[in-house]
Design a protein around this ligand. Structure first.
Ligand SMILES: [Zn+2]
Length: 373
């Protein structure tokens, strides 16, 4: 009994001494392991790298997600930068790495929290999804699972619930979830945003992205951006190009956006680099805000040759791609249903029935689509 009391009192002391961040006591590759983060719980003017302990894998060992916290010299707002929820979407990981490498915490007010690769399971398999390995393997889109449920049977639900409770659900002033298009497809510099949420329109402006898809999130239930929005953290999903590569131009755009975002939140001095300012002003002038996308999906299999390029302006019935059979005979043309801008295009010729070939975005004349449809 005495021993139990002693353990309890030392645990209480540890809790008070460390505020709300919960440490396991383990050190991995030189960095402490946590089970819960309090973003305010770090010394001023510091960058801290930690591991978040995740639910156990098939071998009974836990995975760990990398978390970086930059704490400024004085109090201020907070910004959360997430990446890698889809394991094949890698550009955002480099954005987070570069931001935390370069940020000068002596100039920072408030706190920036970053996750440089959330879906460790997906990255290990070089695929988009998290794999529930029972029942022959079930591929789960982690970015449809939030806020997750730790008591749900699904391993992916437990994983999402751990990320949400321990890192994402911390009342950040704003949140950014970096993605790219999935394997086999290309997006331009592109943002999903619910413009009915205060401050989100301003966040989209700061991206200078090629395309903003105005979107209430009703088609992507459980996406981190939409759950953040619902819990009071204005958020965007920022898509940086293509999967499986580090595209330096896309990464640079994401990186420059983060520092504009920090400046807008009065967390960091705005850049004085005249080239960066001019580049952003040029990008802002050609941003396209659209409410509706029309996808071209293949009804059959074969080999696709693409004629359209990202950001091409196209007209209704314009042929954007052609499907051939294995002998090179033409099977069909893929045509645009609408006048608009090509905002996604396939990269691989290999085409299974159901494969999306392209997407064209426009502004619907249907008043019900004003906030996206
Ligand atoms: Zn994604």
């Amino acid at each position: 009994m005495v021993k139990i009391v002693s353990i309890l009192s030392s645990a209480l002391f540890a809790t008070l001494a460390n505020a709300a961040t919960v440490y396991t006591g383990d050190i991995l590759a030189g960095h402490k392991v946590i089970t819960d983060l309090d973003p305010s719980d770090f010394p001023s003017n510091s960058v801290t790298k930690l591991w978040l302990r995740m639910p156990k894998t098939i071998t009974g060992q836990p995975r760990h997600v990398p978390v970086i916290i930059a704490k400024g010299n004085s109090p201020g707002n907070s910004l959360m930068l997430n990446s890698g929820l889809h394991g094949d979407e890698l550009n955002g990981i480099r954005v987070v790495q570069r931001v935390f490498k370069d940020i000068d915490t002596s100039k920072l007010k408030g706190t920036v929290v970053g996750v440089s690769g959330a879906n460790v399971d997906g990255m290990e398999n070089k695929i988009r999804e998290y794999t529930n390995k029972y029942d022959s393997g079930i591929l789960i889109d982690l970015n449809r699972q939030f806020p997750g449920n730790i008591t749900n049977r699904s391993a992916a639900q437990k994983y999402a619930a751990t990320l949400w409770a321990s890192i994402y659900n911390k009342n950040y002033t704003a949140g950014v979830d970096f993605h790219t298009d999935t394997t086999g497809d290309a997006l331009p510099n592109y943002v999903y945003a619910d413009l009915t949420i205060p401050y989100v329109y301003r966040m989209t402006e700061l991206t200078g992205a090629n395309v903003i898809k105005i979107d209430l999130g009703s088609g992507t239930l459980g996406a981190l951006e939409n759950i953040w929005d619902r819990f009071g953290t204005p958020a965007i999903t920022y898509e940086l190009g293509s999967a499986n590569v580090w595209q330096k131009d896309q990464i640079q755009r994401g990186y420059d956006y983060v520092f504009r975002q920090l400046a807008d939140l009065e967390m960091y001095p705005p850049t004085t680099d005249t080239t960066k300012i001019a580049t952003y002003e040029a990008q802002r002038k050609v941003m396209y805000y659209g409410t509706e996308e029309k996808y071209g999906a293949s009804p059959t299999g074969g080999f696709t040759e693409y004629y359209a390029k990202l950001l091409d302006k196209v007209v209704v019935n314009q042929t954007l791609a052609t499907l051939f059979n294995v002998f090179g005979d033409k099977v069909m043309d893929f045509k645009s249903e609408i006048d608009g801008v090509v905002d996604a295009i396939g990269l691989s010729p290999l085409t299974q029935p159901g494969t999306y070939i392209f997407s064209v975005i426009h502004n619907s004349t249907d008043p019900a689509c004003a906030n996206g449809c």
